[in-house]
Design a protein around this ligand. Sequence first.
Ligand SMILES: NC(=O)c1ccc[n+]([C@@H]2O[C@H](COP(=O)([O-])OP(=O)(O)OC[C@H]3O[C@@H](n4cnc5c(N)ncnc54)[C@H](OP(=O)(O)O)[C@@H]3O)[C@@H](O)[C@H]2O)c1
Length: 326
Amino acid sequence: MKGQYWIVSKNFDGVPKVTDFELKEEELETPKNGEILCEALFISIDPYMRIFGNVCGATMIGEQIAKVLESKHENFPVGSIVAMTAGWRSHTISDGSNARLVTVPDPLPISLALGVLGMPGGTAYFGLKHVAKVKKGEVVFVNGAAGAVGSIVGQLAKIEGCTVIGCASTEAKLNYLKEIGFDHVFNYKTQDLDKSLKDAAPDGIDIFYDNVGSSASCQVLKHMKSRGRMAVCGTMAGYNDKDGPGTNQTGPLPFHDILLKELLVEGFTFWRFIDRRDEAEKALCQLIHEGKLKYKEHVYQGFDQMVTAFLDMLAAKDIGKIVVKL
Ligand SMILES: NC(=O)c1ccc[n+]([C@@H]2O[C@H](COP(=O)([O-])OP(=O)(O)OC[C@H]3O[C@@H](n4cnc5c(N)ncnc54)[C@H](OP(=O)(O)O)[C@@H]3O)[C@@H](O)[C@H]2O)c1
């Protein structure tokens, strides 16, 4: 059987380019004892690929939902569906160590296991509940609000009984945020941040869920209430820095505000909560079934669209979770 895979053919220099990738073909053997042969159904497009995927000559990294075509592994019968960290590959032979069986209840699409019912949804859930420790009646601000993580953070905060403020870069994104229940939205590219936050939260912000890590994030700290919490989830603004992700971030943070308002600033990754991922999946699935939580996917069609989808994600073109359907 022939398979295809994308490699990084040239190290990224700032914003990645189409010419930094190359599509390769390979002949796959029949699986040996203890192995499975899988065919990708959906491949996830995530910001972390820009940070950790920059390895010249290597297969581009990432998670996918795949179907087991052949199996010599007792845990993975033929026809079962797995989530696996196989990278940008159409077909994969695996010993099962990078795969786990996944199910998504009907009629939800299986691709949700890469989005709201996967790592991005879990990041929103644990970040808001267990890092920021959200409480009823609080004021929550999230940036990158129309993205895979931000759109779930805002809705979960609404479900908790909070006032939710979100920002994004286009009218279409702001409309989506209003549709899913955000109380206040603004365009950070065309509207003044200080004025927008003052209008939306005259008494200040309790929780700042930061997906972006820009100089504007420092500015937000000036709008926090006493004992406010900032959950540092991502630093999207710095992933394309010339000398590598985050290298242009110099600071200083507004330490005076952090001191006098006794703010808590905490970074976290989903991997801290990996052993509890079922808890998030179950809770988020329940909320979807109850009609309380909405999700949006932007689906690119075809393995040849991997690079386009990745570059579009970095350019923040789409709304919600980006996946590629094979
Ligand atoms: N800590 C963890 O374990 C973990 C897990 C998953 C994701 N993350 C991080 O969480 C963040 C969001 O991830 P995601 O999956 O939701 O990504 P996403 O769907 O691509 O959304 C990211 C959003 O950030 C905004 N953005 C991009 N560049 C920006 C810039 N320079 N300034 C301001 N906003 C910018 C974009 O919207 P607009 O510019 O249009 O507003 C985009 O909607 C990323 O930083 C990611 O690395 C962290």
